[in-house]
Design a protein around this ligand. Structure first.
Ligand SMILES: Cc1ncc(COP(=O)(O)O)c(C=O)c1O
Length: 495
């Protein structure tokens, strides 16, 4: 006898409705050939009793199967597996499909191989890299509660149809209020553009600004993805040194006398990757040069909310009187990288350029999610989450600093960062960081190596925000073991 009870018992802990689980289980059995075409299924009452479900649930599951063409419901006779199923549906699960997409296109295709492929981090690995938030703290229940609310039937005409390419108006309004209040900006909702994260803001801004050959200035060390965008768009990168006061703005002035500079990209709050803050007089000078030489300042304020010692310096955008600054922020550092919502503040003609460009690649963002975030901002939930995470991240930063000093002090120098989510650590020059990273990867600990940072004092970013104290202990123990096994004699830092 067919083991209906064993094979079809739904799991009530799963989020999918029980009727759908039952329907899917029957589909699997039919696909695998264990229930044959033409076979009669048990009656709904008998099946419901057998597997301990309400009869109504079984009826809905059968109706679903009939609607999909898997079974036929014959009045007064019962439910029969359809005789007319397409052959494909009988393919046993796991057997490869007979028709496969070709590995190569028939048409010519040139791949820009200078663009790196982002590999997914191994599951269950510890991310000790770059500086990402601890997604375990993210207020996802609350966020999805708001999403559910705004996706409800009576809201659908508003939020589930095509919306504003510039971003949902409530979020633009709440963000303008929030940024004006907390960061000294003076923007209107019309100046706010909602993107799918800072990455999109960076790409669209540079796309709007650059023609082939145009110059973009970045730091000697900088956020590498910007380099890739500039090069992909045919722009020309010029690098200027970065010291403990941030990018050397005087070097930018000198370049402006020789070249027409289109944009300067920087992260003045905590320079990426070295975490230093651009000092006040350089900020004022840079704004002045931008005004004189008519270049755009792309101010990527990716971690403004995370500052641990004093109050953070206000963004350059708050001092800009000439319309030179394009200001970027993102919820991916505040909540979680998977929440793909960022924002950009700029003069109206720049916003128009972005709206026109965005429309041809991505008609709009996720209106429901944007509306939900607006409500969380209005209710102060985002602000409370930032406060809570700030406390956690500060204590993790202090703990990591203490551990680096006590356990790896012979091989590392660093300055505790005032803010952000990562420490910039310079390793002794003899330590082969790519090798260390691959040894750690075998232990499921991920470090991010950027080859041009190795030239900058064998430097690397160690992300503390996403790891607990226990995880820090685990990482440092492994790092110490690996380093001391390989480099027996303690190295003189000399950095
Ligand atoms: C400096 C900097 N800018 C921009 C981004 C991209 O952020 P988003 O996730 O908002 O696209 C990152 C991501 O790590 C970053 O570190």
């Amino acid at each position: 006898m067919y083991p209906w009870k064993t094979l079809l018992t739904p799991n009530r802990d799963l989020p999918s409705p029980v009727y759908l689980q039952l329907a899917n289980a029957i589909i699997q059995e039919i696909s695998a050939g264990r229930i044959q075409a033409g076979q009669k299924l048990p009656g709904t009452r008998a099946l419901a009793e057998l597997i301990g479900l309400n009869r109504k649930t079984v009826i809905i599951a059968f109706e679903e199967l009939a609607a999909q063409g898997w079974i036929e419901l014959q009045p007064s006779r019962g439910a029969f597996v359809s005789e007319k199923l397409p052959l494909d549906r009988y393919r046993p699960i796991g057997e490869p499909a007979s028709r496969e997409v070709n590995a190569e296109t028939a048409f010519e295709l040139e791949i820009d191989t200078s663009l790196p492929i982002l590999k997914e981090k191994p599951q269950n690995s510890i991310n000790f890299t770059d500086g990402t938030p601890d997604v375990r703290l993210a207020p996802m229940d609350s966020l999805y509660r708001y999403c559910r609310f705004f996706a409800r039937t009576r809201m659908t005409t508003r939020y589930l149809t095509y919306g504003d390419v510039q971003g949902e108006i409530h979020l633009r309004t709440e963000l303008a209020n929030y940024l004006n209040k907390t960061r000294g900006l003076r923007c209107n909702p019309e100046n706010v553009f909602i993107s799918r994260g800072s990455q999109m803001s960076i790409f669209l801004s540079l796309k709007a600004l650059l023609k082939p050959g145009d110059v973009v200035i970045v730091g000697e060390t900088s956020y590498p993805v910007v380099d890739q965008v500039v090069e992909h768009l045919g722009g020309r990168l010029i690098r200027v040194p970065v010291d403990e006061d941030g990018m050397q703005v005087e070097a930018i002035r000198k370049i402006c006398h020789k070249e027409t500079v289109r944009a300067v990209y920087l992260t003045p709050h905590h320079h990426f990757p070295t975490t230093v803050t651009l000092c006040a007089d350089r900020r004022i000078q840079l704004l002045e040069y931008a005004h004189i030489h008519r270049f755009a300042i792309i101010e990527d304020d990716y971690d403004y909310d995370f500052h641990y010692t004093s109050s953070p310096m206000l963004p350059m955008a708050s001092l800009d009187r000439s319309g030179s600054v394009i200001y970027l922020g993102s919820f991916s550092k505040i909540i979680a990288p998977a929440v793909r919502i960022g924002y950009l503040i700029a003069p109206l003609n720049m916003i128009e350029a972005l709206n026109r460009l965005r429309k041809i690649i991505d008609r709009q963002g996720d209106s429901v999610m944007e509306r939900a975030l607006a409500e969380m901002l209005r209710e102060g939930e985002i602000q409370r989450h930032i406060k809570k995470s700030l406390k956690v991240y500060r204590s993790r930063r202090d703990y990591l600093c203490q551990k680096l000093t006590s356990e790896l002090g012979e091989w590392i120098t660093f300055t505790p960062p005032d803010g952000g989510m990562a420490i910039w650590a310079n390793f002794s020059p003899q330590i082969d960081l790519p090798k260390l990273a691959s040894q750690l990867r075998e232990k499921d600990i991920i470090l991010d190596i950027q080859h041009n940072w190795l030239k900058e004092g064998n430097g690397i970013r160690l992300g503390f925000a996403s790891v607990t104290e226990t995880e820090i202990d685990h990482i440092i123990t492994h790092m110490k073991q690996l380093i001391s096994a390989e480099y027996k004699i303690s190295a003189k830092m000399g950095i």
